[in-house]
Design a protein around this ligand. Structure first.
Ligand code: MG
Length: 266
């Protein structure tokens, strides 16, 4: 870690949620204080999550229940990013078959696409905990019929109280394996998600950094864009993985409290 972290250049921070701000439904130590700390310094934030199931309003409520106050505009989910992508790439009136929960469905509707099960222009997939075989069959048939295939995020699994369970990437994978068609995937580590998040706050890779807990998503997404990154060790990735792995954050901190202590001028 020869080069000092470019704190002086930072005007914006992209912050992952799970493993950084909270774990499950429990806020991590210092999370509320850290967001206030950034606000005092005029640093704008986007809370960037691959989870496409909730709407920004639902995230605001979830965080509020933990004593963390954020603005709806500060939430940036892979569902919102998918909506922005669709808005940019749709031609006139477009229809979509959506497999996903409220967050993704709302974002697709907000992008101006109409729901359709027969001959849709797009198949848009994310995590849907009520998905049926018929849904997957309809998605595959639509893609075989020429529909464009977009996935909100690549996460193949996520932790539940019972252990690891199938994520969006696992459902998307079923349709990809059926059709042989590669989807456009929006979420981290694909650069599109962070590019869209940057655009939403008017930031650049010069004045923005990514703060996350996973080397293979948060830090890889940032390094794909040549954006500075900070790994916090309160989530998935460990110091051991930093030492032995090939993905290198620009800064590693044990906690948000330690990051505040490292911040110059504090
Ligand atoms: Mg995380």
């Amino acid at each position: 870690m020869g080069v000092p972290f470019p704190f002086e250049r930072l005007r914006h921070l992209l912050i992952d949620l799970d493993g950084v701000i909270y774990r499950g439904d429990t806020p991590l130590r210092g999370a509320a204080r850290f967001l206030a700390f950034l606000r005092e310094r005029g640093i704008t934030v986007r809370l960037v999550t691959n989870n496409a199931t909730l709407t920004p309003q639902q995230y605001v409520a979830k965080l509020d229940a933990m004593g963390i106050t954020v603005d709806t505009a500060e939430i940036f989910t892979s569902a919102l990013a998918t909506g922005l992508y669709l808005r940019e790439h749709r031609n006139g009136t477009s229809t979509a078959l959506v497999i996903g929960e409220t967050g993704l469905r709302d974002a697709v509707t907000a992008a101006g696409l109409l729901a359709a099960r027969d001959n849709p222009d797009w198949v848009v997939m994310g995590l849907d905990r009520h998905v049926t075989y018929e849904d997957l069959a309809a998605a595959a048939l639509a893609i075989e019929g020429g529909a464009r295939f977009v996935g909100s995020n690549p996460d193949t699994s996520f932790p539940s109280e019972r252990g690891l369970v199938p994520g969006a990437g696992a459902l998307i994978g079923a349709v990809r394996l059926t059709t042989g068609v590669e989807p456009t995937i929006i979420g981290k580590p694909h650069p599109l998600m962070l590019e869209l998040a940057l655009h939403s706050l008017g930031g650049t890779v010069e004045d923005t950094a990514m703060l996350g807990d996973r080397l293979d998503t948060d830090i890889l997404a940032a390094s794909n864009l040549h954006m500075p990154s900070i790994l916090v060790l309160t989530g998935v990735s460990t110091e051991e993985e930093v030492r032995t792995g090939s993905i290198h954050p620009d800064l590693v901190v044990p906690s948000l409290g330690a990051l505040m202590n490292d911040w110059p001028g504090t």
